[in-house]
Ligand binder design. Structure first.
Ligand code: SF4
Length: 565
C-alpha cells in the first residue's frame, strides 16, 4: 500500500503534462506497460496494441480538444455511453479464418471474404443500435418531417418511426458495402434456407445485386456474369437430440466438479472429474482402476513435462509474408530484438517520441525545407529563407524552434549553394531485394556529378549526430544498391552524409570496388549480407519470440524501458 501511495503521489507532479504524456507515466508507474511483455502470447500482444490505441486516442484528443486528463476521461465516458468504444485491437492471422464484425473489418482487406446471414430481417437488421443522444428535433434529417402537420399524434409517431427505419436501412446498406468491398478476389454471400423452423427470404441487399430468383433456381449451380449461385442442399447439421439419462448424469457430474473445486477438497474434485471422464469416454474400466488406486500414482509433473516438451517443439506464430525491412529497423534489432518488437511491430509509445505538433521535430522541419528548396533549385539565400518562412506559417510547423533550426539551414546554404543546380531528384523512395528479403529506403537527394552524364552523388541530411561506422556502411551501401537497382544506367560515384550540425560533411567516393573517405575506414562491403542475416533472424523471432538484451547500460538509455523489467 505504501508503495502504491508513493507511486500515486509521484503521478501528481505529472499532471502538468499533456494527456498523452501523463498516460505514459501512468502505464509506467502502474506497471501496466510491463505486465504484458514477459510472455509472448497472442493475448499479451493484443493487450499491448490496445495500450497503443489508447495512447493514439489521447494524441488525437490533444490536437482537437485539449490537454487535460480530466477532459479526456470525460470524453472516454461519453464514448462509452454512446456505445462508440473503438474496437479492441486484434492480431490478424494470415493463414487462418478471421472472424470479425463488419465494423471491425473497416480498413482491412482479404483475398476471400464470407458475409453470412444475408437473409431478410437478419441483414439489414432494424432492431438494436443506440438511440441518438441528441433529440431528433435537433437533427437535420428530421427537420422537414417535424415541420409537417399531422392529423394525429399516432400518425406523427408512425412517420418518425418510418424515417428512423429508412435512416437505419441506409446505415446498414453502407455497412453491407463495407463488408463486400473487403474482398480482393472472392466474395461469398451466404444465407440459410431455413432458420429454425422458418424459411427466410434473401436479404434485400442480395436482391439489389440481382439475386431475385433464388427459388426459381433448380439446378445446383447457375452462372451469370461475375456471380455464381450455388445451392447447397446437403444436410450438415441435425437437431440436437434430447438429453439421455447418461447425458443428464454427465452434466450433473460436471457441475459437481465445479462445486467441489470451490469446496477445496482435492480428492472430491478428482473423484467427480474421473467419473465424468469415464462417462464421457465410455471407458469405465480404466478409470475405475484409477479411482480405486492410490492418489500417489497420479503424476501431474510427468504430464506437465509432456505438455511442455510438446509446446517447445511447436512451429510458433508464422511471420507475415510481406515484411519489408529498413536500415533503421535492422539497426534497432541488432541493438535489442525486444526493442525492435516494441518499436517496429507493436509501435508502442515512449517518452521521447516526436509529437506531431512540431515542438521537437526540428529534423523533420529542416528536411522539409531542404526538400522544397532543392526541388525549386533556389539560387539565392533569400529564396531559401522564403521557403522557410512559408513552411513556418503552416500549422504543422508553427511550434518549430527556429533558434535551433536556423543555424542548420545556414550551414546547408554555405556548403550547398553552388551544387543545388546539379540536382536530379529529391525524396526518392526505393525497394530492393537483398537475399530473399525486401528492403526499403528513402534517399534525401541525388545530384548529377558535374562533367558526367551517368555518375551521381547520393546525399543524406543529418541534423543530429553522425551514425557510427557500422550504421554508415549499412545505410549508404543500401542506398547505393537501391538506387542502381532502380536506375541501372547510373553509377553511384559519391555517398555523402551532409552533417549539418558538424563542421564538415562525410564524403565517400567510389574507388575500385570500395567507397573510401579521408581519415576513416572504407564502407564495409559485408554490411549488406549482414543485413540479410539480421532479416532472417527477425523472421525467426516473429515465430519464436524477441529476446531482451542483457545490458543494463543500454536498457537505462532505452526509451522503451518502461515496458521491460
Ligand atoms: S529496455 Fe533493454 S531489453 Fe527493453 S527494449 Fe530497451 S534495450 Fe531492450
Amino acid at each position: 500500500m505504501t508503495q502504491m501511495k508513493s507511486r500515486i503521489d509521484g503521478l501528481k507532479d505529472k499532471l502538468v503534462l499533456d494527456v498523452s504524456d501523463i498516460l505514459i507515466e501512468i502505464l509506467d508507474a502502474s506497471g501496466l506497460s510491463r505486465q504484458f511483455t514477459n510472455e509472448d502470447t497472442r493475448e499479451n500482444r493484443e493487450a499491448m496494441l490496445n495500450l497503443r490505441n489508447l495512447y493514439e486516442m489521447a494524441l488525437k484528443f490533444e490536437t482537437s480538444h485539449g490537454r487535460e486528463l480530466g477532459e479526456f476521461i470525460a470524453y472516454l465516458e461519453i464514448l462509452d455511453e454512446m456505445g462508440k468504444n473503438p474496437p479492441a485491437a486484434r492480431i490478424l492471422e494470415e493463414n487462418a479464418v478471421n472472424l470479425m464484425t463488419i465494423h471491425s473489418s473497416k480498413g482491412l482487406e482479404f483475398n476471400t471474404v464470407f458475409v453470412t446471414n444475408m437473409a431478410k430481417d437478419r441483414f439489414p437488421l432494424f432492431r438494436g443500435g443506440v438511440e441518438p443522444l441528441i433529440p431528433i428535433e435537433l437533427i437535420d434529417l428530421y427537420r422537414d418531417l417535424l415541420k409537417q402537420d399531422f392529423s394525429s399524434r399516432s400518425k406523427r409517431l408512425s412517420a418518425i418511426r418510418e424515417l428512423k427505419r429508412e435512416i437505419k436501412l441506409e446505415e446498414e446498406r453502407r455497412l453491407c458495402y463495407v463488408a463486400m468491398t473487403r474482398a480482393r478476389e472472392h466474395l461469398y454471400l451466404t444465407l440459410g434456407i431455413q432458420y429454425g423452423q422458418r424459411e427466410r427470404h434473401p436479404s434485400e441487399f442480395l436482391v439489389d445485386i440481382g439475386h431475385d430468383n433464388w427459388r426459381a433456381v433448380d439446378q445446383d449451380e447457375v452462372d451469370v456474369p461475375d456471380i455464381t449461385y450455388l445451392r447447397d442442399s446437403e444436410v450438415s447439421s441435425r437437431e440436437v437430440i434430447r438429453d439421455s439419462e447418461i447425458e443428464r448424469i454427465k452434466t450433473h457430474r460436471k457441475k459437481l466438479v465445479i462445486e467441489s473445486l470451490d469446496s477445496g477438497s482435492f480428492e472430491e474434485s478428482m473423484g467427480h472429474l474421473l467419473v465424468y471422464h469415464a462417462l464421457r469416454d465410455g471407458n469405465g474400466e480404466d478409470y475405475l482402476d484409477i479411482i480405486n488406486s492410490n492418489w500417489g500414482e497420479l503424476d501431474p509433473a510427468g504430464h506437465a513435462k509432456e505438455i511442455l516438451d510438446r509446446d517447445g517443439s511447436n512451429e510458433g506464430i508464422p511471420p507475415p509474408s510481406d515484411v519489408t525491412f529498413s536500415v533503421s529497423a535492422v539497426n534497432t534489432y541488432l541493438e535489442c530484438p525486444k526493442k525492435y518488437e516494441l518499436q517496429h511491430i507493436l509501435g508502442m509509445p515512449t517518452r521521447d517520441m516526436e509529437k506531431s505538433d512540431g515542438a521537437m521535430n526540428i529534423g523533420s522541419f529542416v528536411h522539409k525545407v531542404l526538400e522544397k528548396a532543392v526541388r525549386q533549385k533556389v539560387s539565392t539565400k533569400k529564396q531559401l529563407d522564403e521557403v522557410t518562412l512559408g513552411l513556418v506559417k503552416e500549422d504543422k510547423w508553427k511550434w518549430v524552434d527556429m533558434v535551433k533550426a536556423k543555424p542548420l539551414l545556414d550551414v546547408f546554404w554555405q556548403r550547398n549553394k553552388d551544387s543545388i543546380q546539379n540536382n536530379m531528384m529529391v525524396e526518392k523512395r526505393f525497394t530492393v531485394l537483398l537475399g530473399d528479403h525486401q528492403f526499403k529506403g528513402f534517399i534525401d537527394r541525388v545530384d548529377l556529378i558535374p562533367g558526367s552524364d551517368n555518375k551521381v552523388e547520393i546525399i543524406d541530411y543529418k541534423t543530429g549526430n553522425e551514425p557510427g561506422p557500422v550504421e554508415r556502411s549499412r545505410q549508404l551501401l543500401l542506398y547505393a544498391h537501391g538506387f542502381e537497382h532502380m536506375y541501372p544506367e547510373y553509377r553511384v560515384q559519391k555517398l555523402t552524409l551532409e552533417l549539418l550540425a558538424k563542421e564538415k560533411p562525410r564524403v565517400y567516393e567510389l574507388d575500385g570496388e570500395e567507397y573510401t573517405a579521408s581519415r576513416v575506414k572504407p564502407l564495409d562491403n559485408d554490411a549488406l549480407s549482414d543485413m540479410v542475416d539480421a532479416a532472417d533472424n527477425i523472421l525467426h523471432d516473429y515465430r519464436y519470440g524477441f529476446d531482451r538484451i542483457d545490458d543494463d547500460l543500454v536498457c537505462k538509455r532505452c526509451g522503451y524501458n518502461l515496458y521491460c523489467g
